[in-house]
Design a protein around this ligand. Structure first.
Ligand code: COI
Length: 352
């Protein structure tokens, strides 16, 4: 460890007040958080402080222009009480890619890794063992300097907050295929984890919720014919025994779970096609019975089977498979993440 981190510990822990068996996603946070300020052209001394509210000037650009990016990652505890991260360097790489697109200064890799591991070491009791239990880690950067000019800020804050989590989706996930609204466009910010990307989905998703669908599968903005991603997840389709997912682009998030699944599938000699896939193709496959599965992948969602999709007033129920590709990938990933199997890829990293 080369980074000097200023650490201020909380006087008391909140952990005894938490019901770890009944967690709502993202509502409870650990005792500490990481923060690092950017000013005068450089990142300042990184700090770990007690988790708590912030004081930010109301004119900060984050409030006006949404100059903010974030990440989602998880820590897992194995049966020996050791804590592991999954491909954390990929999250850092992606937050910096997102930051660049939003004209936010990139964050140094050594400070990120050292600070994250120190924070997790301090709050490791919040990571509970057992499949499904994890500590969801939310790094984010916001523009903080007091000025409302519509131009990149001069000051920022990088934070890491952590929240004990169970599964993101419980029960069936039914999705609506987008016909009118769009999530992203060519040359836009769809590939970035920009805060506003997610806010812009809330209204169309709430309309979908009213119709009994948990998520929208977004389609391309021009034709609404190409299936892209589900907003909180990348999407995979299984037609017969071929696994198909859309290629990443400047419209689609380069999901870490997504690329891990592709790698696992290819190494298992499964048929994988990373190519544009159309609504017409999956509707035809659903009608002729060759559409066996749809599932989403993401850090929060892990691997979430989709039980039905709807498009233009037609609803297609997807019969259950046993075993499903979704369950096979989920198990393989969890075994690596929770240190229950070999990790031939070197994806797992200890926090110490
Ligand atoms: C994640 O999977 O970490 C995400 O970013 C989805 C989140 C918006 C809940």
């Amino acid at each position: 460890m080369t980074t000097t981190i200023e650490i201020t510990k909380a006087n008391t822990s909140k952990i005894q007040d938490v019901d770890f068996e009944n967690l709502t996603f993202g509502k409870v946070f650990t005792d500490h958080m990481f923060e690092c300020e950017f000013k005068n052209g450089s990142w300042q001394t990184p700090k770990i402080v007690p988790y708590g509210p912030l004081t930010i000037d109301p004119s900060a650009r984050v409030f006006h222009y949404g100059q903010a990016v974030f990440e989602g990652m998880k820590a897992y505890k194995d049966d020996h009480n050791d804590v592991w991260l999954f491909r954390p360097e990929e999250n850092l790489r992606r937050i910096n890619k997102s930051a660049k697109r939003l004209a936010i200064p990139e964050f140094p890799e050594d400070i990120f890794m050292d600070s994250l591991k120190t924070l997790l070491e301090i709050d490791k009791d919040w990571v509970k063992p057992g499949f499904g239990n994890s500590l969801y880690i939310r790094p984010f950067v916001i523009a903080t300097d007091p000025a409302i000019a519509a131009s990149p800020a001069l000051e920022y804050k990088f934070f890491i907050i952590c929240s004990p989590a169970q599964s993101y989706y419980s029960g069936d996930v039914r999705v609506l295929v987008a016909e009118k609204f769009s999530r992203s466009a060519n040359g836009g910010v769809g590939y970035a984890k920009a805060a506003g990307n997610y806010a812009a989905q809330f209204y169309p998703t709430s309309l979908a919720n009213e119709e009994g669908f948990q998520q929208i599968i977004w389609t391309d903005a021009d034709t609404h014919e190409f299936l892209e991603e589900a907003g909180t997840m990348n999407v995979f389709f299984r037609i017969d025994d071929t696994l198909i997912t859309a290629p990443t682009s400047d419209r689609i998030l380069d999901g870490i779970t997504r690329k891990s699944i592709i790698q696992i599938a290819e190494d298992a000699a499964m048929k994988v096609e990373v190519r544009p896939i159309t609504v017409t193709e999956i509707k035809a496959a659903a009608k002729n019975g060759s559409l066996k599965e749809i599932f989403g992948s993401g850090t929060a969602a892990v691997v979430s089977p989709i039980s039905a999709f709807a498009h233009k007033d037609e609803v297609f129920e997807i019969p259950k498979q046993d075993p499903s590709f979704a369950s096979i990938f989920k198990e393989k990933l969890l075994n690596i993440q929770y240190n229950k199997s070999e990790d031939p890829y070197g994806w797992r990293q200890p926090i110490i």
